[in-house]
Design a protein. Structure first.
Ligand code: MG
Length: 355
């Protein structure tokens, strides 16, 4: 009698993929089979590796779809070509994957971190972040909220239960105005893939925010600092290409490290400072930001006085013992720009009679 081996053939698919990763990727890549695991134990998918599965969970999440209607820099622009938080996320992912692939690192992990990094972003870009930071007793940072979204808030309080390395990369992607490279150890992702996303995030935003600012006539091409033009190039594709090529070249010469030439790093830093002064904090952008801030502040204050309305009509407490302030922070951070506008209208503006 022939004894059939009792193995589900699809499980072999995942094992084969994991083996292929081991034979293809650099020794210092993060291997899916070596993940430190998930918050809640579960059996892995039969035909997808851990980070591949995480990437899919993020794409299928509601928070990911909402990125479509969240501001990047210019508030709900009517022009179709301006970036939104979703297209920013896709540009980060594309840049990060290019670098990861060229360095023979884990593309699935890189992509999962990139697609999840801004899930906790507020409506109205950094204006929303600043309001919540001021109003909430514990402050507010979008990278902490991104982790809260994937750990707790998605799937009505169940979370996405992502791998440790994806969660680590999401939590440590942000730099604000801080150092681009070599941040404090506690802010450095444990994987090279996570560090790539941090770099790809800044490469994406300095380039596309510059492009959008020129489109919006907030600045002109001639105003870009001479040094940035000389070192990075004159056009949008040239500038991205210079940055990505440099990271790949220098890092390949230093295996196991993620590096960038000092001259390119200085030019990126100068370009970012230029954007802060001339775009992010400029009157043309700031004028709308202060209006958006007031709108969110009024919504926040309204629900502090009407907690039952918040929980019964708008945003239930998905987790036990959540404070009103935390509940409200989660609600506001989750909003898209257009949802915030329509909620404000509903709460504060009179409605015409239908008959
Ligand atoms: Mg980002």
């Amino acid at each position: 009698m022939n004894a059939e081996p009792d193995i589900n053939p699809t499980i072999i698919v995942r094992c084969e993929l994991e083996q292929r990763e081991r034979s293809l990727l650099a020794p210092f890549a993060a291997f899916s089979a070596d993940s430190r695991g998930r918050l809640k134990q579960e059996s892995e998918c039969d035909y997808r590796m851990a980070y591949q599965h995480d990437r899919d969970r993020i794409i299928h999440s509601k928070a990911f779809r909402r990125l479509k209607y969240k501001t990047q820099v210019f508030l709900t622009p009517s022009g179709d070509h301006y970036r939104t938080r979703l297209t920013h996320t896709l540009e980060v992912s594309q840049i990060a994957r290019t670098i990861a692939k060229a360095l023979f690192l884990n593309e699935d992990l890189t992509e999962a971190i990139a697609l999840g990094h801004d899930l906790g972003h507020t409506p109205f870009g950094h204006a929303g972040e600043a309001v919540l930071n001021r109003l909430h007793p514990d402050g507010f940072h979008h990278f902490e909220q991104s982790l809260r979204v994937v750990d707790i808030l998605e799937k009505e309080g169940a979370g996405l239960n992502l791998s440790f390395e994806v969660r680590d990369g999401i939590f440590k992607h942000s730099k604000g105005k801080g150092a681009i490279l070599s941040p404090a150890l506690e802010h450095t992702a444990i994987t090279l893939e996570g560090r790539i996303v941090r770099l790809a995030d800044i490469i994406a935003y300095v380039n596309h925010d510059l492009d959008d600012a020129i489109r919006a006539q907030a600045i002109s091409r001639d105003e870009i600092p001479v040094n940035c033009r000389k070192i990075l190039g004159l056009t949008h594709p040239q500038r991205i290409n210079t940055m990505v090529t440099d990271i790949i070249d220098v890092s390949r010469k230093n295996p196991g490290e993620l590096q960038i030439s000092p001259a390119i790093l200085d030019a990126i830093t100068e370009l970012r400072e230029f954007l802060f002064t001339n775009v992010y904090e400029s009157p043309i952008v700031y004028r709308d930001f202060s209006k958006a801030s007031r709108l969110l502040e009024e919504i926040y204050k309204y629900f502090i006085e009407h907690p039952n309305e918040l929980r019964e009509r708008y945003y239930p407490a998905y987790i036990d013992d959540v404070s009103l302030e935390d509940n409200l922070r989660d609600f506001i951070a989750s909003m898209t720009d257009r949802y915030a506008f329509s909620l404000y209208e509903k709460l504060f503006l009179p409605h015409p009679w239908n008959i």
